[in-house]
Ligand binder design. Structure first.
Ligand SMILES: Cc1cc2nc3c(=O)[nH]c(=O)nc-3n(C[C@H](O)[C@H](O)[C@H](O)COP(=O)(O)OP(=O)(O)OC[C@H]3O[C@@H](n4cnc5c(N)ncnc54)[C@H](O)[C@@H]3O)c2cc1C
Length: 301
C-alpha cells in the first residue's frame, strides 16, 4: 500500500516534522493560521527528500526564514512549510563571512564588526535570516544585502544545486530577479578591513536608532510598504493622518507610521484590512499606490 506523503515525511524527519503547526509561533506578527506540515531540513538530502515528495504528492512547498516579513492568513497554509531554522552556522574566514540560510543576519553583522570587517554593519538589527535577507535584498541606512554579497549556494525546486554570483543577477531595492526559482542554502559576503572601533560604534548607533524609532515592544513585520520613488511610505501615511488608525487588534504604529503593529491579539485579517485601508487612503490623498513589501501566505477569512 502507498504511504501518504505526511507519513513519509514523519518517518523521514521524525521530530523535525510537525503537523498543524501554528505559524503565529514562527512569524514576528505573532498571528496566523497553521501550516499543514512543518519540517526542518538540515542537509541537501533533507531538501531533496521533501522537494521530491512535495512534487509527487502535488502539494505546495514553501521556504520560511524567520517569518519577519510574512503575514499568514487565519485559515493557514496547505502543504509543506520548510523552516531553515536548523541551518544556522556562520563563520568568518579572512575577509569573508560564510553563513547558512537560517543563520541570523544580525549574527553575521556582529561577527563581521567584531572581526574589523566593514560592509554589513548598517544591516545590524534586521531580524531576518540570511536566506530571507538575500531573497528580499534587505537593507537599512543606505546599505543593502547585495552590496557585500559575493555569491550564494542554492538548489532549484527540483533539488538541482547551483552557485549564483552576484554579478550574474539583476537586483534592486527589495527585489532580486528570478530569486523565487531557488532555495538559498548559504551565502558568502566579502567585506573590507576597517577600523574595529568605528564599526562597533556604527553597529551600536544603528541598533540604538532602531530602538528609538521603531515599535519594537509590539509584534510587527517591519515596514509594511516599499519606499515609493522619491518619498517614504511612512511620511505619506503620516501626512494622511493615519498614525494610530486601527482595525481590531492591528494598528498603524504611533511611533513609526510605516509599521503596523499587533497591539492586541490582532487576527491576520485585521492586519490585512488595515493594510488595504492605508493603501486606499494614501492613494486618495496623494495619488500614490503604496506597494506591499510584506508577503501574504495562505488563506485568509
Ligand atoms: C522590527 C522589524 C524591523 C525590520 N527592519 C527591516 C529593515 O530595516 N530592512 C529590511 O529590509 N527589512 C526589515 N524588516 C523585514 C524583514 O526582517 C526582512 O525582510 C528580512 O530580510 C526577512 O527575512 P526572514 O528570514 O524573516 O524571511 P521570511 O519573512 O521568513 O521570508 C521572506 C521571503 O523570503 C523567502 N525566503 C526566506 N528564506 C529563504 C531561503 N533560504 N531561500 C529562499 N527563499 C527564502 C520566503 O519564502 C519569503 O518569500 C524588519 C522586520 C521587523 C519585524
Amino acid at each position: 500500500m502507498c504511504m501518504d506523503y505526511k507519513t513519509e515525511l514523519k518517518n523521514f524527519f521524525a521530530e523535525r516534522c510537525l503537523f498543524d503547526e501554528p505559524m503565529a509561533k514562527h512569524t514576528t506578527y505573532r498571528t496566523g493560521g497553521n501550516a499543514e506540515v512543518f519540517v526542518l531540513p538540515k542537509t541537501r538530502e533533507d531538501w531533496n527528500f521533501v522537494l521530491k515528495l512535495g512534487k509527487t504528492a502535488q502539494v505546495p512547498v514553501r521556504v520560511l526564514g524567520f517569518g519577519s516579513n510574512i503575514l499568514v492568513g487565519s485559515r493557514g497554509i496547505k502543504g509543506i512549510v520548510c523552516s531553515t531554522e536548523l541551518m544556522n552556522n556562520v563563520l568568518c574566514e579572512g575577509e569573508t563571512i560564510r553563513a547558512e540560510a537560517g543563520a541570523p543576519l544580525d549574527k553575521a553583522c556582529e561577527l563581521s564588526a567584531n572581526a574589523g570587517l566593514g560592509g554589513m554593519e548598517k544591516l545590524s538589527g534586521i531580524p531576518g535570516s540570511i536566506g530571507g535577507a538575500v531573497y528580499m535584498n534587505a537593507g537599512a541606512f543606505g546599505q543593502e544585502t547585495f552590496d557585500c554579497l559575493d555569491y550564494f549556494d542554492v538548489i532549484d525546486w527540483e533539488g538541482r544545486p547551483a552557485t549564483l554570483l552576484k554579478q550574474d543577477l539583476k537586483y534592486a531595492y527589495r527585489h532580486v530577479e528570478g530569486i523565487e526559482n531557488f532555495i538559498v542554502l548559504s551565502a558568502a559576503f566579502t567585506l573590507q578591513k576597517a577600523d574595529f572601533k568605528t564599526l562597533v560604534q556604527t553597529r551600536n548607533q544603528v541598533l540604538h536608532k532602531r530602538m528609538e524609532k521603531q515599535p519594537l515592544d509590539y509584534p510587527s513585520a517591519g515596514s509594511v510598504f516599499k519606499r515609493p520613488e522619491g518619498d517614504y511610505a511612512s511620511r505619506l501615511i503620516d501626512d494622511t493622518g493615519l498614525r494610530g488608525l486601527s482595525v481590531g487588534g492591528a494598528k498603524v504604529s504611533e511611533k513609526h507610521a510605516g509599521f503596523i503593529i499587533n497591539f492586541n491579539q490582532a487576527t491576520p485579517e485585521d492586519i490585512k484590512a488595515l493594510m488595504a485601508q492605508v493603501q486606499q487612503k494614501v492613494q486618495a490623498k496623494h495619488g500614490v499606490k503604496l506597494e506591499l513589501e510584506q508577503i501574504l501566505w495562505g488563506e485568509f477569512n
